[in-house]
Design a protein around this ligand. Structure first.
Ligand SMILES: Cc1cc2nc3c(=O)[nH]c(=O)nc-3n(C[C@H](O)[C@H](O)[C@H](O)COP(=O)(O)O)c2cc1C
Ligand code: SF4
Length: 391
C-alpha cells in the first residue's frame, strides 16, 4: 500500500484539520481554469459518488453551458447506508474539499458554491462550517451550506438542485441535466466531495491521484474507511479491516447499486473503477459489504429491497409501485419459502420497472436484484419457509 493522498497528514480520527496546517502541508492552491479542466481530462479522474463519470468531461460541459454564472454543488449527502468515506473526509479534511470546490468554481465560471451535507452527519457539518470560517471573505460570500434530509434519493444530482432551489430533496425529470439547467436555471456542476478532494491534490501535483476511499462493512473484524491504491485487490482492503470475522457467503461490491460477487472471485478483484467496469462491475460509492455464510442471503436481499423500495420518492408509478411489489415478492420468498410464481414475477416486474423512473433509483435497484438472483440463484430457487403460515 503506498502513501495516502487524501488522508495524508494528521490522524483523521483527530478531527478537522485547521487551515494553517493544511496549507503548511500541501502548499498554496493553484488557480483553476481551462488548463485544470484539460489536466483532469488527461488524468482520467472519475467521479466517486457512484456513477463514475469522467470529471474533466463534465467540467468542460458545464463551463461551455455556464455563460459566466454556473453553480457548484459539493455532494456530501452520503445517503448510502453503509458508506462512511464522505463523512470521514468532511470531518477530517474539510479544506481539501473546499479547495476542490473553489477550483471547480473558478474552472466552470461559477459564482456560487453549495456544500450539500447530509443533515444527520453532525460532525461533518460542524467541520465544514468551521473550515469555512477560516477561508477568505470572498470564499465565505460564495459558499453556503445546505442540509440534506436523510433519504437515499436526496443525493441524486437532480434532487440536490431541487432542494437548493425549492427546498424539496426529490429527484426531478432529466433532461435537462443539472449541468445544462440546474440551480436557478444556471449550469450546475454536481460533484461528490471525495472527487473534489482528488481534484485539490491533482491541481497541486499535476499528476493523477492513484488512491480511492473504500468503506469496508458487514462481516469484518474492524469495519471502517481505508484509502487504498487503485488496483489493490479487494481482499487487501478486507485485510485492512481486520479480515472476515466468519466465513463469507458473498460480497456486495459498490454499495446498494452495486453487484454481488462470490468470495472466490471477489478477493482478487482490483479496486479500480476502470478495471471493474471492464468486468461488468462498478466501484460505485466504494462500499465493500461482506455477508457472512451464517446469514440467509435471500433474507438479506429482501431486507435491502424493502429499504430501497421505501426510499422511492413516490413520484413515478413504476418506481413506487414496482419496487414495492418486487420487495414484497422477495419478502414472501424469504418468509414463506420459494414460490415459482414469485420467481417469475421478479423477472417480469424487474424488466417492467427498469428505465421507467425520472431518476436512476429504480434502475439501480433492479441491477442489485438481478445480480442477487444470479449469485443466489439456488437460494432463491430452494428457499425454505422461515415463518409458519397461520392455519
Ligand atoms: C438515488 C441516487 C442517490 C445518490 N446519492 C448520492 C450521494 O449520496 N452522494 C453522491 O455524491 N452522489 C450520489 N448520487 C450520484 C449523484 O447523482 C451524482 O452522480 C454525483 O454526486 C456526481 O458526483 P461524482 O461525479 O463526483 O460522483 C446518487 C445518485 C442516485 C441515482
Ligand atoms: S424514479 Fe423513483 S426515486 Fe426517482 S424520481 Fe421517480 S419515484 Fe422518485
Amino acid at each position: 500500500m503506498s502513501a495516502p493522498q487524501l488522508l495524508a497528514g494528521p490522524d483523521p480520527s483527530r478531527g478537522s484539520e485547521r487551515r494553517a496546517e493544511h496549507v503548511a502541508r500541501l502548499g498554496p492552491l493553484p488557480k483553476g481554469g481551462h488548463a485544470l479542466i484539460e489536466l483532469l481530462v488527461r488524468t482520467g479522474l472519475t467521479g466517486r459518488g457512484g456513477a463514475g463519470f469522467p470529471v474533466g468531461l463534465k467540467w468542460r460541459a458545464v463551463a461551455a453551458a455556464s455563460h459566466g454564472s454556473a453553480v457548484v454543488i459539493a455532494n456530501g449527502a452520503e445517503g448510502e447506508p453503509h458508506s462512511r468515506k464522505d463523512r470521514l473526509l468532511m470531518t477530517s479534511r474539510p479544506h481539501l474539499i473546499l479547495d476542490g470546490a473553489m477550483l471547480a468554481a473558478a474552472s466552470v465560471n461559477a459564482k456560487q458554491v453549495v456544500l450539500y451535507i447530509g443533515e444527520e452527519h453532525h460532525a461533518a457539518m460542524r467541520s465544514m462550517s468551521g473550515a469555512l470560517t477560516e477561508r477568505t471573505e470572498h470564499e465565505r460570500r460564495m459558499v453556503r451550506i445546505v442540509a440534506a434530509p436523510p433519504r437515499y434519493v436526496a443525493g441524486d444530482s437532480s434532487a440536490t438542485v431541487h432542494l437548493v432551489d425549492a427546498g424539496i430533496a426529490t429527484p426531478t425529470t432529466t433532461p435537462p441535466s443539472p449541468r445544462d439547467r440546474g440551480v436557478g436555471g444556471a449550469a450546475t456542476l454536481v460533484q461528490n466531495v471525495e472527487t473534489l478532494a482528488h481534484v485539490a491534490v491533482i491541481a497541486r501535483t499535476g499528476i493523477a491521484t492513484d488512491t480511492v476511499l473504500i468503506t469496508v462493512a458487514g462481516g469484518v473484524r474492524a469495519p471502517g474507511v481505508f484509502e487504498v491504491n487503485v488496483g489493490t485487490p479487494l481482499g487487501g482492503a478486507v485485510q485492512l479491516a481486520g479480515g472476515a470475522s466468519e466465513p463469507v457467503r458473498a460480497v456486495l461490491v459498490g454499495g446498494y447499486f452495486g453487484q454481488w460477487v462470490e468470495p472466490a472471485e471477489a478477493w482478487s478483484l482490483p479496486l479500480d473503477p476502470h478495471a471493474l467496469r471492464a468486468r461488468g462491475l462498478s466501484l460505485g460509492c466504494g462500499v465493500i459489504g461482506l455477508v457472512p455464510a451464517s446469514h440467509c442471503a435471500v433474507c438479506e436481499v429482501a431486507g435491502i429491497m424493502r429499504y430501497l423500495a421505501s426510499e422511492s420518492s413516490a413520484q413515478c408509478g413504476p418506481c413506487f409501485f414496482g419496487l414495492r411489489a418486487l420487495a414484497d415478492a422477495c419478502t414472501r420468498i424469504a418468509e414463506r419459502g420459494t414460490d415459482p410464481g414469485d420467481l417469475q414475477r421478479l423477472q417480469r416486474w424487474s424488466a417492467e420497472v427498469q428505465g421507467r423512473g425520472a431518476c436512476k433509483h429504480p434502475d439501480g435497484v433492479v441491477m442489485f436484484l438481478q445480480s442477487a438472483m444470479k449469485t443466489f440463484g439456488d437460494d432463491f430457487a430452494h428457499h425454505p419457509a422461515h415463518i409458519r403460515r397461520s392455519a
